[in-house]
Design a binder for this molecule. Sequence first.
Ligand SMILES: [Zn+2]
Length: 308
Amino acid sequence: MAIKSLSRYKKNNIFNGDFLKVFEDMSSHCFVPEFIAVLAGIKPVFRTYAIHVDRYPIFQKICKKYSIFVEFSDFRISSNDWISIVKKSQFVFAYFSKYKKLAKEAKDVEYNIFVKNEKSYKTLLRFSQLMGYPKCCFDFFLSGWKKIISDKTSCVRPDQFEYISHQNTKEVFSFYLNNLIKGNNYYLISHLPHSYNCKPSIEYAKKVLTAIKKVNPEIAEKITTILKYPVMKFLNRGQYLRFIKGKVKNDNEIVYEVSEGDDKLNKKFIKGNKILAERTKIKIFKNKKLVDVYNKKNKLDGVIFDFK
Ligand SMILES: [Zn+2]
């Protein structure tokens, strides 16, 4: 489908309507950018997190409405960790594509990976290609993942690779690749970029943003604005802060209007409009007056991602 014809989805209101209802109780984000990427033919297949089987009819209805195809995994996912395979459970993965063949292929390839334990480079790469991820980022993720598996004492999680991507970023941190906080559909890529200046990822994200603009120009504008604000990452899973209207100075200082993100952390940061990140603590100021201090629990707390 040409991106141009996406404008016809405007009236269906992908951003608010029944399109999102099916994802309402899902953990972190709403998938709109991924769906638009599928509709525009930018992303070959989109695979959801584990979804309840009672969603089948709604998904099928949505697919009919938007002329896309869905397949469901033959295996079931544990509701304890949302990733391991179990015999009995009500949760499955769903695979969406503009092309029936590709949705089916993604389902089959993942079956081979999960159930048949077929984890050759070729098979894993194929799955990643079906998801539309660049090869450089796939190789980056795979080598990191292998290290985790080989080191039994490792307690590294995939989201911590973001620190390595941060180190790999030698040039500008491109806002196109800012997917640290995916809530409210404020993201363009769903994979982990090997660096925040990965060229193929930026190219992909630009296409997604153009497609979103066709569906809803206001939201595209909002995404562009928000993704340019700096984000701070903490070691605990899912702990991020975004600094609205924030500007980074001297690598360790952010001047901002409002902060948002992890509720517990934000109780401190929302009090201020400037922070100074030091080795063991982060000082929070309001109009030059020190109002709070965050004592780092780990040296990886408070790493700044200065997107532009
Ligand atoms: Zn890459």
